[in-house]
Ligand binder design. Structure first.
Ligand code: TRP
Length: 341
């Protein structure tokens, strides 16, 4: 293919602006691992990078790619929105994906610039397809929808965990291909690895990440778990049976996990935290209280928001209005470039 530089006057609008997009799929409840590992560092990054604009999206269209229950999706979407607001994301930065129809519109245009083989070799697709009884076509095209999410906003940075990095790479490939073939249309985004927060493992099985383990809920603390339940789960957390409180992820994975969670809640260094305790019981008591202290204000705000449907609806409406302007300009550019008008 020859690379032709576009002489087209349509250019992306915001290449000088740093804009960061994060998406949260409402397929389940957020847990402490999500909060300490991803949300808290993301909030820190927002606070410390005043020059970068942040867009936070509840990715409800992505929740349709696997077997789902409509009523449950509706409530999980409201819950996700209220939880993100309760965690401290600015209501001026949040919106819900399906409130902005341009996502679906751009998704189709990008499908026309993506190879079947490109989508089929995505690792996450292969893993999920192997588990599902019936594979929805949208599971295959999911990364293309994700590319549409990103390109719609002229996002320059996409902070993701490793499991999503391949999808952002795909978005880059598709954007570059589209720009080369049809003229400069999209800002090419960059993957950024967010400053890593705590690596929170399952309390009942410290070899697996919290939320990923297939064991019961007992090893997982949800952001909305009440204090009594938090205390019970912490009390039952497995330990290494050596009796010493030392931070050593390789040799003492269970106790190190508890130390790391406590350190993250208190925003301290795990080695320093470990030195304060001489018994597992002491550590567990301090940990339970630190988690309760972290979650209580979030839960208070959450119950305020979730019980105020008028407020949540208004956040959604304002979010969609804010986003649609930019989204419709991106789609207009893409439609023109590809030959639709
Ligand atoms: N696919 C992401 C996940 O499963 C969620 C997501 C959807 C996303 N669209 C996005 C993340 C755009 C970043 C940018 O976690």
């Amino acid at each position: 293919m020859t690379l032709t530089l576009s002489s087209d006057a349509t250019t992306t609008e915001s290449e000088a602006v740093r804009r960061r997009l994060s998406g949260f799929k409402p397929t389940g409840r957020l847990h402490l691992g999500n909060y300490l590992g991803a949300i808290q560092p993301m909030l820190d990054a927002v606070a410390s990078a005043a020059d970068a604009e942040s867009v936070i999206m509840v990715a409800d269209l992505h929740a349709l790619t696997i077997e789902h229950d409509p009523q449950r999706l509706r409530s999980l979407t409201a819950e996700m929105l209220a939880t993100l607001l309760a965690c401290g994301f600015d209501e001026e930065s949040i919106y819900v994906q399906s409130d902005v129809p341009e996502h679906a519109e751009l998704h189709y245009l990008l499908e026309c610039a993506t190879g079947y083989g490109e989508a089929a070799r995505m690792i996450q697709f292969k893993q999920k397809a192997a588990q599902a009884e019936r594979v929805r076509l949208s599971l295959l095209t999911y990364p293309v929808l994700m590319a549409a999410d990103i390109l719609l906003h002229d996002a320059t940075e996409v902070p993701v965990g490793e499991d999503q990095a391949q999808h952002v790479e795909l978005a880059r490939d598709v954007a570059n291909r589209f720009n080369t073939r049809y003229g400069h249309t999209f800002t090419v985004p960059r993957v950024v690895y967010p400053p890593t927060g705590a690596r929170v493992m399952d309390l009942a099985d410290p070899t697996g990440k919290m939320g990923k383990s297939s064991l019961s809920d007992s090893g997982r603390i949800y952001l909305l778990d009440k204090p009594e339940l938090v205390r019970r789960k912490v009390a039952r957390a497995v330990t290494d049976g050596h009796g010493e409180v030392v931070y050593d992820r390789d040799r003492r994975p269970a106790i190190s996990n508890l130390i790391e969670i406590l350190a993250a809640c208190e925003r301290d260094d795990p080695t320093v935290t470990a030195a304060r305790f001489s018994s597992y019981v002491q550590l567990k008591e301090a940990l339970a209280e630190a988690i309760v202290d972290t979650l209580t204000p979030i839960q208070r705000r959450y119950s305020e928001f979730i019980n105020d449907r008028g407020y949540l609806d208004a956040v959604r409406r304002r979010g969609a209005e804010r986003v649609r302007d930019r989204a419709s300009r991106t789609v207009a550019r893409a439609k023109h470039a590809i030959g639709l008008h």
